[in-house]
Design a protein around this ligand. Structure first.
Ligand SMILES: Cc1cc2nc3c(=O)[nH]c(=O)nc-3n(C[C@H](O)[C@H](O)[C@H](O)COP(=O)(O)O)c2cc1C
Length: 142
């Protein structure tokens, strides 16, 4: 039996934070999400995008090449800057598998809780604590 390496198909998780170059209007955010959802869906990429007081936090998960390509496009997008990776990890479970890109606006306390929980090595995602915070607020805000 020939077993092909599945390394290139493994789920890659990238989480970053960034700052909007201009405050995002509801319309601006809606346009961004429409574009993101269409593109992500065609590449099997899922995740969540949070917006809080001029800052973005985004979780991207999917086939490594697709996530890296999309992340590269995101990094050079003039709508935001100071794109700072927090998690870059292979093999974590998909947290928002049904969402080409879920979205929510969150309050300051939730944002700060998330920032603390999202440790650079991804351990908060793998033990589920950051993921449960993410899920609870986007459901509440949906
Ligand atoms: C905060 C933020 C999040 C974004 N998230 C995504 C995303 O999840 N998927 C995506 O395809 N594009 C996303 N984009 C848009 C990309 O930066 C880019 O405009 C889009 O991929 C089209 O790239 P292209 O013009 O090179 O085809 C995001 C942009 C910003 C500012």
């Amino acid at each position: 039996m020939v077993v092909h390496s599945s390394a290139d198909q493994a789920v890659l998780t990238i989480v970053y934070v960034s700052a909007a170059t201009h405050p995002m209007s509801e319309e601006g955010l809606a346009a961004l999400l429409k574009q993101a959802r269409e593109n992500n869906a065609s590449h099997g990429v899922t995740g969540v995008l949070l917006y809080h007081d001029g800052n973005f936090m985004q979780l991207l998960q999917g086939p490594a090449d697709d996530v890296r390509n999309i992340y590269a496009a995101i990094q050079s997008d003039p709508r935001h800057h100071m794109v700072t990776p927090i998690v870059d990890e292979t093999g974590l479970p998909r947290e928002f598998a049904d969402w080409a890109m879920a979205c929510g606006q969150i309050d300051t306390r939730t944002w700060e809780t998330l920032m603390v929980k999202l440790s650079p090595d991804g351990s908060a995602l793998s033990d589920g604590s950051a993921a449960s915070v993410l899920k609870s607020f986007w459901k509440a805000g949906a």
